[in-house]
Structure formats: C-alpha cells, structure tokens
Design a protein around this ligand. Structure first.
Ligand code: NAP
Length: 483
C-alpha cells in the first residue's frame, strides 16, 4: 500500500508541530504508513522561532532543537525555497498529496491608520523584529538607531520585546546570535528614551508578567510608570477593569509589577522606558521624517467603548514602531476570511464558501486561529488539525490490513497514481532547497560564532550570505526576487 502523503506549507512552529502530530498520532495507531513534506518559502526552517523570538530569549529559541528532531525524522522531508503561489500552486499540491495543511502564520503587520504613518522613521515592530533576527527579506541597514527617543505603540509581548532590545545594554548583544551589522547598529545606538504607549489600561494590556518583569531587570535602565494610570476605576466607569483584575491572575501580576515601578524613584540611569497607558496615537509629524508623535488621552465610556478625552500631548521622537498585532495574508486559491484574517475552518478543516469542508485541505497555527498564544499553543492546535486530517484519511498498521473493512477509505490507489512534487518541479527547472543545504547554513552560522568569539551561533544576514552558505543545493536568488 502507498503511504498517506501529506504536504505541510510552512516550516515554522505550527507546520513542524503539525508534522510531529502526524508522526505521533499515526504511531499511536500502530501505523507508520505516512510521509510528510514540509514546504517553506525560506531556505531556513523554524519560522518565528528563528525570525521572531528575541535574541535575548535563548530558552525559547531552543525550541528549534526540539523541532529539529521532527525535521530529521525519516518520514519527514524539508523542501525549502518554495513559495506557495509562485513555485507551487494549491492545485499542484492537491494533485500530489492526499492532504495539504496550510501553516504560513501571520506575516503582515497591522496599521495604525493615522496621518504621518508613512513618514520615514515610522516602521512596523514586526520589521524591526525581523531586522534584529537577521531575516533575509529585511536589509541589514534598515535601522541605524540614530534616534534618541523612540515610541513603541501597543501593549503586547512584541512591544515588550522591542522595547527591551532597544533598552538593553550593547554589551549584552555579542553573547546573542544577532547578525554582525545588527550588533554594530545596537552598539552605536543613541537611544536614551523609549515610550511604550498603550491605548487602554493595565487591565486590558496583553503583556504576560514574565515578559513585563524582564523590562525592569535591565541594568542601566529606569522603568517609569505614572501611578495615576494604575487607578483602574478612574478610566473605566463600567468597573470591568477592576473585575478583570480580581478574576485574572495575569492582570493582577502585571499590576503588581507596574505598581512596584510606579513607586520606584528614577535612578537617573542612561536609558529609560516610560510606560504610558490610556494614550492613543493620533498623528506622526515631521518635515521629511518623524520628529514627533501626538497622542490623545483616552478612557472607556459607560458602555465600555474606547473614546478620546481630548487632552493631547506631543512626544518628541525620531522613531515610531507600531506593535499593534500581526495578520495573515491570503494564500492564492485558498479560502480566506478577510474580516478575521484567517482561513475559515472547523477544527482545522478548511471550509469552502458554502461552509462545508474542502476535501484534503487543512490549516494550523496563526493562519487558523489568528495571531494569539505562545509558541507552545501551536502544539495542541496542530494536534487538533491532525486529528481531523487522520479521521478523514485513516492510516492503518501494515500488519492489520486483514482487519480492514472493505469499505474503509484507503489512500492506496489514488496515492499510487499521484505525481511526485519534486519531479513536477524538476521538469520546470525548480529545485527546492534541501535539508542538507539548510545544515550548510546552520554550520556556517556556528563557525562564524567561533571565528568571531561570540555566542554559539551568529546569524547570517541577507540572501547572498544564506545562499553562499547553502552551497550548490541552495538557491541563487530569494523567492521574493523570483515573484
Ligand atoms: P497582541 O498581544 O495582540 O497585542 C497587540 C496590541 O496592540 C494590543 O495591546 C492592542 O490593544 C494594540 N493595538 C491594536 N491596534 C491598535 C491601534 N490602532 N492603536 C494602538 N494600539 C493598538 O500582539 P503582539 O504583541 O503582536 O503578539 C502576538 C502574539 O505573540 C501574542 O499572543 C503574544 O503573546 C505572542 N508573543 C509572545 C512572546 C513571548 O512569550 N515571549 C513574545 C512575543 C510575542 P487593544 O487590546 O486595545 O486592541
């Protein structure tokens, strides 16, 4: 019998946890008649673990070591450098595989939609994150950190990551894996003041206490909070903020951290992070690049809606990083809910326009549920999708074929006739980046760290460096250049 063939699109945590769930759930059934191809646009696996997790969070980065075991499983194959919709279409995947799982995450940033947002000096935090993580799509010279004052807008963990990286002493970075040009910019940084701006209050902030606390642990940095912002009832006549603080331990822990900072006198350290709640950006201004951010005071009205209260202040800042969430991009030919920026699905089964599941199509991760949760959330999410997939495409242990009912759905005949994706691609002159080519990149990054006397790894930056390290099995251009 031919094995069940599954394509997973995206080699980030959602995609690799999906591959792992396939291996685990089929092994639990005593069946191993399954093959998983993981397709990835980049020549590198691990998605946000590599290009999203902050470099000063090595323990979260080490999830890559766990996911590596999935990629190296004999029934899993990495096919890098393949852009969905450019190199390979939905139709081709459905022709070649019994099931396709889309797990491409949420790669686009949300906008503020205020005047001046397009000025130089205004950028998405997502772009800044990709820059310090060495993502090849972001030029190493994208950020020079000439700004003395920076505003970071948003009350989520990405805003905390960005503020912390800006506030961290330069001496900490050689021990991380940031690329050399990023290390040079962080070392030369002139940043003194970081304003972390939240449009609602501490009870509504999405921060997690561990990430919030880390901001106060930076040497050489004061953290400032206006005690008035922490009066939950002052800005919320509905009482919901106080109620949320009573009911939710995360909010209580955040409030304890913030209250401690609010009562700590500033030490006059070289850098400071000011957390401002109940302030929303209304305009970025400057003659030819950002020189100021205008913010308006806000509150909740008696119906719990966020409203401006009129009082405005102008912050002199030279860099504004909006950290107001991510959104997924539609995949060519795949249904997409524009309002929620997800692929419509029921427990991971992709739903067509009439609301019924499309045969053989599944979704996992942020593309399935939106950009929420920590990396580990993708594990249970992927397991749910794979349960649905295997319920639709049962695989059976080779030894138990005699027990199979004659009518049981079987992958045998159609699978045997399915074309091989790599053969179709080869006929068009498209050659995926192999896992060995990725290992070439991995090896070069470790060697570079040794040569420079830095951490365990120093990221290569830019397509040219990645392709050189990938060797002949790599690509000569990035997928975006071919698009
Ligand atoms: P997030 O948690 O959804 O936070 C987005 C923030 O942007 C919210 O505070 C939101 O405020 C605010 N916002 C949205 N639109 C706005 C606007 N127009 N003006 C001002 N503020 C606006 O998103 P995220 O920080 O990008 O994080 C994404 C996910 O990754 C989260 O699940 C996060 O926990 C996770 N993550 C985890 C870690 C970690 O564990 N170390 C690190 C990074 C990211 P409202 O609530 O008022 O809409």
């Amino acid at each position: 019998m031919s094995p069940l063939r599954i394509a997973v699109v995206g080699a980030g945590p959602a995609g690799l946890y999906t591959a792992e769930a396939v291996l685990k759930q089929t092994a639990a059934d005593g069946a191993d008649e399954v093959e998983v191809d993981v397709l990835e646009r980049l020549p590198t696996p691990y998605g946000l673990v590599r290009y999203g997790v902050a470099p000063d969070h090595p323990s979260i980065r080490s999830i890559a070591d766990y996911l590596r075991r999935v990629l190296e499983h004999p029934r899993v194959r990495f096919l890098g450098g393949l852009c969905f919709g450019v190199d390979v279409s939905r139709e081709t995947l459905l022709e070649c595989y019994d099931a396709v799982v889309y797990a491409t995450g949420a790669t686009r940033d949300r906008r503020l939609r205020v005047p001046g947002e397009e000025l130089p000096g205004s950028a998405a935090a997502a772009e800044f994150v990709r820059w310090y993580c060495g993502h090849p799509d972001v030029a190493p010279a994208s950020f020079d950190l000439d700004a003395v004052s920076v505003a970071v807008i948003g009350a989520g963990n990405v805003a905390l990551d960005v503020a912390r990286i800006l506030a961290r002493p330069a001496a900490d970075f050689p021990a991380t894996d940031v690329p050399e040009p990023v290390l040079a910019a962080l070392t030369a940084s002139r940043v003194e003041s970081i304003h972390l701006i939240s449009r609602r209050g501490p009870a509504q902030a999405k921060f997690t206490p561990r990430e919030l606390r880390a901001l106060g642990e930076l040497p050489g940095c004061d953290v400032l909070v206006d005690p008035g912002d922490l009066d939950l009832d002052a800005f919320d006549p509905t009482g919901a903020s106080s109620e949320a603080a009573r009911a939710d331990r995360r909010i209580r822990d955040n409030l304890a951290v913030l209250t401690d900072w609010a009562h700590r006198p500033p030490q006059g350290r070289g850098r400071r992070v000011s957390l401002g709640f109940w302030r929303r950006p209304v305009e970025l201004t400057g003659p030819d690049r950002v020189t100021a951010l205008r913010v308006e005071r806000t509150a909740l009205d008696p119906r719990g809606r966020l409203v401006g209260t009129g009082g405005c202040a102008t912050l002199p800042v030279q860099l504004v990083l909006r950290s107001v969430g991510y959104r997924s991009v539609p995949l060519p030919g795949v249904p997409f809910d524009e309002r929620r920026s997800v692929v419509p699905n029921a427990e991971g089964r992709v739903l067509g326009p009439d609301g019924t599941p499309l045969p053989g199509e599944y979704v996992a991760g942020w593309l399935k549920r939106g950009p929420t949760g920590v990396i580990g959330t993708n594990k249970s999410d992927a397991a749910q999708t794979v349960r649905a997939l295997l319920a639709d495409h049962p695989v059976t242990a080779p030894t138990s074929t005699a027990d199979q009912p004659a009518t049981a759905p079987s992958a045998a005949d159609p699978t045997a006739r399915r074309p091989r994706l790599t053969e179709l691609l080869a006929a068009r002159g498209v050659r995926p980046v192999s896992y060995d080519a990725w290992l070439g990149i991995d090896r070069r990054e470790r060697e570079l760290a040794t040569e420079l006397g830095r951490a365990a790894r120093v990221k290569l930056s830019g397509w040219a460096e990645l392709n050189r390290a990938a060797g002949p099995q790599g690509r000569t251009t990035g997928p975006q250049e071919r698009a």
